[in-house]
Design a protein around this ligand. Structure first.
Ligand code: AMP
Length: 548
C-alpha cells in the first residue's frame, strides 16, 4: 500500500524561501575585502539570490553546469550557495589555498563553466590562465570601485552584474537527487577527488545538524562559522542557519586572525562558533595575551582533527565555554558524530566530562557506523577494540565524480556491503562515543600491534614548551615500524630529546613511546590546516633510528 503523503522534493531553495518568510529581519554580517562590516537581512539576501539566478541565466549557465567559487566566508559566497544550487546548477566550492596545480586540476576535472572569485584570488587565476580552457567567464566578488586590474579575459564585476538584474525569479522544482554542490577532497591518495552533494543530502544534513544534541541551532543563537565555506560547505552552517533563522556572522578572509574573531564575537554577540583546532589555539592565545574575553560565546564546535585536551580545558577555565568535538569528512557532508552528554551523566566530574569531550562524539541520526577488523568482522562497542571505521547514510558519498560508484570497485570508497570506508581507525565506547585512534594510512604497526600516532601527538602537545607535534612510522629492523616524534617548540624555548622522552614516560605505554624525537622549525600543513603526514614522510624518507 502506498502512503498518501505529498512527495514534495527536498530543495535547497525551500530553505531560502523559509528564511525569507519566517525570518526576514534576521541579520547576516560579513567581513569582505571591500567592507569591514557588511550587513544585510534575510529579506535582502533572498532578493539578491534571485538577482544572482538571473545573472547566471544571462551568462549562459544551464541546468547541471558546474559553477566554481574561490571565495571566503561572506554574504556573496552565501548568495552563490543558494542561487547556483537553487537554479539547478552545481555550486563547486574550491579551496584557494591548495597548490596551484591542484586548483587547476580541480577546475578542469569538474569542467567549471563560470568562476566566482574573491579579489584576493585574482593573482592565482592570472598565474593559471593558460590552463583553464573550459572556463568561459570570471566574476570578481566585489564592487565596481574595487575591481582589480587584470590581464584575464571575460572578467565581470559581481555587484554590477547583480544591479542590472531583476529580482523576479521562480526557483525551479526538480528531482531532489540532482547534484547541488561539489567539493574536492585531497584527504585521499592520488589526485583530489570530487564529492557531489544533492539537494536531498544537503537538506537532510542541515536538519540533522540543527538537532538539539548536535549544534542546537536556533533563532536565539548567533553563529560564526570559522570553518571555510570552501571546505565541506562550512560543515553545513549556511543551510542549518537559514533553516532555523540563526544570525550568521561571516569572517571573510580573516579566518585565523584572533583579533578579528574576538571583535566579531563581542560586537555581534556570537554564541556558537565552529572551526579546526588550529583556529581555536590562535584565538585562545590572542585572548590570553591581550587579556580579553568572549562572554557571549557559550559553545565552540571543533572538528577536522583531534581536539587537544588543552583546548577543552582552556575554553572551560578561561572562558566558561563548552567545546563540542565532532568527527566527519568531506564525503560525509561532513556530519558524522558530535559530542553531547547522555542522561545519567549529569553527576560526572569535570574530569570525566573533559575525557568525553576529547573523544569524537556520538552518532547523529542519519549516520550508521561500525568498526571492523581485518576480516571485515564487526567489532564490539566496548571502547577497547579498534578497527576500520565504516559509515552509511543519506548524506554519505556513494562514489567520487568521474570514478566508479560500483560498490567494491577499486575506485569506489563504498565496499560490497554498501558501507563507506572512512580510512579512519576507531574504537566506540559502550555509550556510543567514537574514539578515532588513527587513519588507516597513518597507523603505525609495530611488532604486529597497532600504535596510535594521535595518542603520542596529544601527549606531546601537552608539554608546555611544545607548540606542535606530529608522529610518523619509520622503518625499524626489529619491529618493522616504530614511531618517530617530530616537534616544533614554542618560541624561545629549548628542551632536549631526553626531556621530551621523560615527559612522555608516564603518559604512554612502553610500546607506544616514540623511539626518537627530532626538532624542526615548522611542520608542513595541508591547505586545510592539518599536518601533512605525506609531506613529513617524504622529508624523513631516509631517517634511521639511532639504535637501529
Ligand atoms: P576532510 O575530508 O578533509 O574533512 O578530512 C576528514 C578526516 O579528518 C577524517 O577522515 C579524519 O581522519 C579527520 N578528522 C575529522 N574530524 C576529526 C576529529 N574530531 N578527530 C580526529 N580526526 C578527525
Amino acid at each position: 500500500m502506498q502512503a498518501l503523503m505529498m512527495n514534495t522534493q527536498l530543495m535547497i531553495s525551500s530553505i531560502l524561501n523559509h528564511a525569507e518568510y519566517n525570518f526576514p529581519d534576521v541579520e547576516m554580517v560579513s567581513v569582505t575585502v571591500d567592507n569591514p562590516r557588511h550587513r544585510q537581512n534575510n529579506k535582502t539576501f533572498a532578493k539578491r539570490c534571485r538577482q544572482l539566478a538571473n545573472v547566471l541565466d544571462s551568462l549562459g549557465a544551464e541546468f547541471g553546469d558546474r559553477i566554481g567559487t574561490l571565495a571566503w566566508n561572506d554574504h556573496r559566497h552565501m548568495e552563490l550557495y543558494y542561487a547556483v544550487s537553487g537554479s539547478g546548477m552545481v555550486c563547486h566550492t574550491i579551496n584557494p589555498k591548495l597548490f596551484p596545480e591542484q586548483v587547476t586540476y580541480i577546475i578542469n576535472h569538474a569542467e567549471d563553466k563560470i568562476l566566482f572569485v574573491d579579489v584576493l584570488v585574482m593573482p592565482l587565476l592570472e598565474a593559471l590562465k593558460e590552463h583553464l580552457s573550459k572556463v568561459e567567464t570570471i566574476v570578481v566578488l566585489t564592487t565596481k570601485e574595487n575591481m582589480p586590474e587584470t590581464s584575464l579575459a571575460n572578467v565581470e564585476c559581481y555587484e554590477e552584474l547583480l544591479a542590472a538584474q531583476s529580482d523576479n525569479y521562480d526557483w525551479p522544482q526538480f528531482d531532489e537527487n540532482t547534484a547541488s554542490g561539489m567539493c574536492y577532497t585531497s584527504g585521499t591518495t592520488g589526485n583530489p577527488k570530487g564529492v557531489v552533494y544533492s539537494h536531498r543530502s544537503t537538506v537532510l544534513h542541515a536538519l540533522g545538524g540543527a538537532l538539539p544534541d548536535v549544534t542546537r541551532a536556533s533563532n536565539l543563537e548567533t553563529s560564526l562559522p570559522v570553518v571555510p565555506m570552501f571546505h565541506v560547505n562550512a560543515w553545513g552552517a549556511p543551510y542549518a542557519a537559514l533553516m532555523v533563522g540563526m544570525k550568521l556572522v561571516l569572517p571573510g578572509p580573516k579566518m585565523a586572525d584572533g583579533e578579528t574573531l574576538c571583535d566579531l564575537m563581542n560586537t555581534e554577540g556570537v554564541t556558537f562558533s565552529s572551526g579546526v583546532p588550529t583556529i581555536w589555539l590562535a584565538l585562545l592565545d590572542y585572548l590570553e595575551a591581550n587579556k580579553k574575553s568572549v562572554p557571549s560565546l557559550s559553545r565552540v564546535s571543533v572538528g577536522g582533527a583531534a581536539c587537544p585536551r588543552i583546548i577543552v580545558e582552556r575554553f572551560r577555565e578561561q572562558h566558561d565555554c563548552i567545546v563540542v568535538q565532532g568527527w566527519g569528512m568531506t564525503e560525509t557532508s561532513p556530519l558524522g558524530t558530535v559530542f553531547s552528554l547522555k542522561a545519567g551523566m549529569e553527576d560526572f566530574t569535570t574530569e570525566q566530562i573533559t575525557d568525553l569531550q576529547c573523544l569524537q562524539g556520538r552518532g547523529v541520526f542519519g549516520i550508521e557506523m561500525k568498526i571492523v577488523d581485518e576480516e571485515d568482522e564487526t567489532l564490539p562497542w566496548d571502547g577497547v577494540a579498534f578497527g576500520a571505521l565504516k559509515v552509511r547514510g543519506p548524506w554519505v558519498a556513494s562514489g567520487y565524480y568521474g570514478l566508479s560508484d560500483v560498490p567494491g570497485d577499486e575506485d569506489c570508497p563504498v565496499d560490497e556491503k554498501g558501507w563507506f570506508q572512512t580510512g579512519d581507525v576507531a574504537a566506540i565506547t559502550p555509550e556510543g562515543f567514537l574514539k578515532i585512534t588513527d587513519r588507516t594510512k597513518d597507523v603505525i604497526k609495530s611488532g604486529g600491534e597497532w600504535i596510535s600516532s594521535i595518542d603520542i601527538e596529544n601527549a606531546a602537545v601537552n608539554h608546555p614548551d611544545i607548540a606542535e607535534a606530529a608522529v610518523i612510522g619509520r622503518y625499524h629492523p626489529k619491529w618493522t615500524e616504530r614511531p618517530l616524534l617530530i616537534v616544533v617548540l614554542q618560541p624561545e624555548k629549548s628542551i632536549s630529546r631526553d626531556d621530551v622522552m621523560e615527559f612522555l614516560q608516564d603518559k604512554l605505554h612502553k610500546m607506544a613511546r616514540p623511539d626518537d624525537v627530532v626538532f624542526v622549525d615548522e611542520l608542513p600543513h595541508t591547505a586545510t590546516g592539518k599536518i601533512s603526514k605525506i609531506g613529513l614522510r617524504k622529508t624523513f624518507e631516509d631517517y634511521q633510528f639511532p639504535a637501529a
